[in-house]
Ligand binder design. Structure first.
Ligand code: KIV
Ligand code: ZN
Length: 511
């Protein structure tokens, strides 16, 4: 087992802490199933004590996941640990991940606790967690700024109490690779019984070094890396799973380690997470960015044509590029649609939702001859979002744009059960459509982000639009997809307005 690298994915927990990236229970289950297909060892499904919604979502993940370990985060509090323990109860393999801050700045200013109180709380937390599962992970939050003597003392004590995984987080993304590797090495050398536990690292990307720091910890003995798909996460994000996995695989000569990741599932997973969270992947992002395997310079193109390895260190197919299958077409019937959904791990329980999703599929198939897996994921997401949030609904949109003339849009939408119409001019059709919607809804929200991506290739591809709105400190992301990008934009805007209007709000406990 010495050469095995455990991949602990926290997209559904730390990833969800990205502004506006809240996911519904159904979305979390869909991502969790894809993470299992990807081969991650541990899925951190959420923070059970954060809200009843988080608790239920973890439980739903626990019921649906067979092979991967399902984990809930918990502060070192008995009530948190009890909720975490109950939420993962249905899982085949369960873990509780409990944490408490160990740095002076956190202990004094946030916890207002003395080091000896933190130490005894950490021990108690591990003991409480052990009454729900043998698989207990302990994290010393802000380990990066913690006194090394105190860290050794705390880790020694929690190992004695029964923790099986010891996680060393760079909570604020402050470290640099050499120092982080040294810290891992020192801890493993100095903590008694360090060979009886798995050492883990969890790095944030504030200085752009989360992946480099994680890999340095691995070179110095860490055998679990905590990471997220597309590097999603609090502030600048977490270490990105795809980069960690591909670095270890591509440079096996250096790391000498194996992960159990099915790398061909990397791009499909990245796409799914991006569609669901509304966080687009930058084109030049390593491994999963649209340009990651594109060669622009003539010299490079010539080299690759002559001998691929002149400029390519990985195979695009190995990470799942080009794996997007033409799933279905215009003539596909209900049974074909149902079986493709099930192959994709999507289970739609209600007949009504299935029928509505199938209707969406038929409408799309009329406009687009080849329907890909990504299109199906987008259709399903849209249907679920519309069902979960239904204050506003797009009925119709007419736009006119002509060179030399001012573009305008005419919108018809349902608001609180009644039909409303409005027209507006704008600097372009999208701007006009947003103004027309706003003249009906009067949300007074601020538009933080508007981004368009094509879901598959070709000019008949669906455009996938993300709109991020903020009001009164609350941030939401809305998504919309359509072969017409103005309609996709209007759908995304209305989806964000629905989320903003919804009563349900996540209540993140203070980390
Ligand atoms: O960044 C952090 O320290 C965390 C802990 C809860 C592990 O997310
Ligand atoms: Zn974190």
């Amino acid at each position: 087992m010495k050469n095995k690298l455990i991949i602990f994915d926290t997209t559904l927990r730390d990833g969800e802490q990205s502004p506006g990236a809240s996911m519904t229970q159904e979305e979390k289950v869909r991502i969790a199933k894809q993470l299992e297909k990807l081969g991650v060892n541990v899925i951190e499904a959420g923070f059970a004590a954060a809200s009843p919604g988080d608790f239920e979502a973890i439980m739903a993940v626990a019921k649906n996941i067979k092979k991967s370990t399902v984990c809930s985060l918990a502060r070192a509090l008995e009530s948190d640990i009890q909720k975490a323990g109950m939420s993962i109860e249905p899982a085949n393999n369960k873990r509780i991940h409990t944490f408490i801050a160990t740095s002076k700045i956190h202990m004094e200013n946030k916890l207002r606790m003395k080091p000896d109180q933190v130490l005894s709380q950490a021990i108690k937390a591990v003991e409480w967690a052990l009454s729900y599962t043998e698989d207990v992970e302990f994290s010393a939050e802000d380990a990066v700024r913690s006194d090394i003597e105190f860290l050794v003392e705390v880790f020694d004590a929690v190992i004695k109490a029964g923790a099986k995984t010891i996680n060393v987080p760079d909570t604020v993304g402050y470290s640099i690779p050499f120092i982080w590797g040294q810290r891992m090495k020192t801890l493993i050398e100095r903590v008694p019984n360090s060979d009886k536990v798995i050492w883990s690292t969890h790095c944030h990307n504030d200085l752009g070094m989360a992946v480099a720091n994680s890999l340095s910890a691995v070179l110095n003995g860490a055998r679990q890396v905590e990471c997220t798909i597309n590097g999603l996460g609090e502030r600048a994000g977490n270490a990105s799973l795809e980069e960690i996995v591909m670095a270890v695989k591509t440079r096996k000569d250096i790391f000498g380690l194996e992960s159990q990741i099915n790398t061909k599932q990397i791009v499909p997973t990245s796409r799914l997470v991006s569609t669901i969270t509304g966080y687009p992947v930058q084109p030049n992002k390593a491994v999963v960015g649209a340009n990651a395997f594109a060669h622009e310079s003539g010299i490079h193109q010539d080299g690759v044509l002559k001998h691929r390895e002149t400029y390519e260190i990985m195979l695009a197919q190995d990470v799942g590029w080009g794996a997007n299958k033409i799933s279905l077409g215009k003539l596909s019937g209900r049974n074909a649609f149902k079986s493709r959904l099930s192959e994709l791990g999507i289970e739609i329980e209600s007949e009504e939702t299935f029928n509505a999703t199938f209707d969406r599929f038929k409408l799309l198939a009329d406009k687009k001859s080849e329907i890909f897996d990504e299109d199906i994921h987008a259709l399903v997401s849209e249907e679920y979002v519309e069902e979960s949030y239904d204050s506003y609904k797009l009925v119709g949109l007419k736009t006119a744009s002509e060179s030399g003339k001012i573009p305008f849009s005419e919108i018809e939408m349902i608001m609180d059960g009644k039909s409303h119409k409005s027209t507006a001019e704008g600097s372009g059709s999208v701007d006009a459509a947003f103004k027309a919607i706003e003249s009906i809804v009067k949300s007074q929200s601020e538009l933080l982000l508007f981004s368009v991506n094509n879901i598959t290739s070709g000019t008949d591809s669906q455009g996938e639009v993300t709109v991020r709105l903020s009001r009164g400190g609350r941030i939401v992301n809305g998504q919309g997809s359509d072969t017409d990008i103005v309609i996709a934009s209007a759908k995304a805007y209305i989806s964000a307005l629905n989320k903003l209007h919804a009563k349900y709000e996540r209540t993140h406990a203070q980390l």
